[in-house]
Design a protein around this ligand. Structure first.
Ligand code: SF4
Length: 412
């Protein structure tokens, strides 16, 4: 008999939701605590005319804050672009957080939910919009319950009036809905499929209106940057990079978790200084610097600064900073097969290079011996002709295995 046969509905639901936040978080900074600690003073000052939008944009540009969902677009520049578009405009906040290995947004949301909401109100004031959509990953059940409670408190006792309308929307479990235009389709009630660009979301996004789209964590940092100054954030990098990054570190390290570290830190520094070293009995073998999409690198390349733009020469990218550490007990081939299975399942199917390419690539790498010339040709087609980042990035782990882990090829 199945061990769950006599379990209550609640415990069954908990069991099948492994890895998801089933219960609402407790002990977080609620509305009263947030306001008591100076929360929403900045947002109210904006609304009451105590702040100048151009100055705020200039400060944000100076801070070097970039979009932390993975694309890394400069935040201040995005505010300026959308603000210059004709109104009405809308705002959409992406908390879909579906990249494998990424859990930083949930980490901050479960602890300090009003911080990103204040960031959103400030950004909405700067860029000129009175409606904000929040798109939350449906697997974050507990976060949704908590956010509903806190939004109700905020609406019942607004720090200023009129406050922009805040609309909470549930995702439905599709990885592709983390892509900004697919998320917008999903919010509009359609099947989540990426749009062809141009026009860009900033020009014609949600319901055809200019849209300011932000990842959750980008907005999480807004208040701190205006309170502590642009220099506080921009001076925090390492190895010539600027700012802070929240690395979601998982895999064979002693202390995995969300690590707030300087942008540009190397994986070796991250493991040694922030994760207590490798897990006992494991030797550092390789790492995925950007979740499933960002490729796989060998331990020998442990001194590359981890940041936007620094990994492209190696065929990788940092994306949402999900670092998965592999050890001598892992295999890069197995990791590549796993990621390809994921991309094949999650391809929205809209375009042939991705829909067919992911299936074809998976079939090829599940062979004991890889047809590397054919895989190289296939990767090139997927990169060149896929509509969105999923199909363009899907070959990264495969290409990395051929480039950096060729000693594993030929093994069953
Ligand atoms: Fe859909 Fe893949 Fe094409 Fe993106 S690349 S639009 S996920 S089929």
């Amino acid at each position: 008999q199945h061990p769950l046969a006599h379990a209550s509905c609640e415990s069954v639901a908990a069991a099948v939701s492994l890895g998801h936040t089933t219960h609402a978080p407790t002990g977080y900074i609620d509305y009263d605590s947030y306001r008591a600690a100076g929360g929403y003073v900045l947002a109210r000052a904006c609304h009451d005319g105590g702040r100048d939008a151009d100055t705020l944009i200039a400060t944000m540009e100076e801070s070097s804050l970039r979009g932390l969902g993975g694309a890394g677009f400069p935040t201040g520049r995005k505010w300026r672009i959308v603000r210059n578009e004709p109104g009405p405009r809308l705002m959409a906040i992406n908390i879909d957080e579906g990249e494998p290995g990424t859990f930083k947004d949930r980490y901050y949301l479960e602890r300090d939910p009003h911080r990103f909401l204040e960031g959103a109100l400030v950004a909405a004031w700067v860029a000129g919009m009175d409606t904000i959509y929040i798109y939350l990953r449906d697997e974050y059940h507990g976060c949704r319950a908590m956010l509903q409670t806190e939004l109700a408190r905020l609406r019942a006792d607004p720090p200023f009036s009129p406050m922009p309308q805040l609309i909470l929307r549930r995702g439905a479990g599709a990885y592709i809905c983390g892509e900004e235009s697919a998320m917008i389709e999903s919010i509009e009630g359609k099947r989540g499929m990426p749009r062809l660009r141009p026009p860009y979301v900033a020009q014609a996004g949600l319901f055809g209106l200019p849209t300011l789209q932000h990842n959750f964590e980008t907005l999480h940092w807004v208040r701190a940057i205006f309170e502590h100054g642009a220099g506080w954030f921009s001076s925090q990098g390492r190895h010539g990079r600027k700012g802070l990054r929240s690395f979601s570190v998982s895999g064979r390290v002693r202390e995995p978790g969300v690590k707030l570290a300087p942008a540009g830190i190397t994986v070796q520094e991250l493991i040694d200084e922030y994760c207590g070293g490798m897990a006992p009995g494991h030797q550092f073998y390789g790492y995925l610097p950007g979740g499933a999409s960002g490729g796989i690198l060998p331990a020998a390349l442990n001194a590359i600064p981890l940041d936007f733009d620094t990994l492209q020469p190696y065929g990788c990218f940092i994306g949402s900073a999900a670092v998965v550490v592999l050890s001598d007990q892992d295999s890069a081939v197995a990791a590549a097969r796993n990621t390809l299975r994921f991309f094949k399942d999650e391809s929205c199917g809209q375009c042939t290079p991705c829909r067919v390419g992911t299936a074809k690539a998976l079939a090829l790498i599940e062979q004991a011996a890889w047809d590397t010339p054919l895989l190289a040709e296939l990767s090139q087609v997927m990169r060149d002709a896929s509509i969105c980042g999923l199909g363009q990035a899907a070959p990264n782990p495969v290409d990395c295995v051929v480039k950096y882990f060729s000693h594993e090829l030929g093994k069953p």
